[in-house]
Design a protein around this ligand. Structure first.
Ligand code: CUA
Length: 176
């Protein structure tokens, strides 16, 4: 079978490009924890306020009985609720996102947090914030006319400071 040298050369270039992209995906997955969400968990998006987990007073930062920090957030046109939460830096956090209406996306720059929030499903992502500061939470799926105004804020404080405040203001906040 004859292959034109020019065609062969371009074939090789394409293989190199493909290998490069696969390499980027592997690198991000192994070293930056950028992974496809693997849990499939459904929820009735029209009845969030009646659900055990995403009722209004259960939202935000909670500590479960094993001491894990679980953050429950609701995306809805056009914000993420609660509007502002406070979490500790350098700590593993499990975020659980649901949508109350249409498809949204969550992106927190400088972290691995980037997921679609599909109505009817719970999107769970583990992340941690390396340094204290204010982190914006942005919607990255077009969800309507207010899409570009859809954002909220996460305030990240030193771990010790968070623990001190959290143990002082326990009760009501706790979900176990
Ligand atoms: Cu929500 Cu775009």
């Amino acid at each position: 079978m004859h292959i034109d040298p020019l065609e062969k050369k371009w074939g090789q270039i394409i293989l190199v490009i493909c290998a490069f992209f696969v390499g980027i995906i592997l690198f991000e997955a192994l070293f930056h924890s950028v992974n496809a969400p693997s849990n499939v968990e459904t929820i009735d998006s029209t009845k969030l306020h009646l659900s055990q987990e995403f009722a209004e007073d259960k939202l935000g930062v909670n500590t479960d009985d094993k001491g894990n920090i679980v953050v429950r957030m609701v995306a809805g046109r056009y914000s993420f609720f609660p509007k502002e939460i406070v979490v500790p830096a350098e700590t593993k956090l499990t975020f659980r996102w649901v949508s109350m209406d249409v498809l949204h996306g969550v992106h927190i720059p400088m972290t691995n947090m980037s997921t679609m929030v599909v109505p009817g499903f719970v999107a769970e992502v583990e992340t941690s914030f390396p340094t204290p500061g204010d982190y914006p939470v942005l919607c990255n799926e077009y969800c309507g006319l207010g899409h570009d105004q859809m954002w909220s804020r996460i305030k990240v404080v030193e771990k010790e400071q968070w623990l001190a405040q959290h143990s002082a203001s326990k009760g009501g906040q706790n979900n176990d």
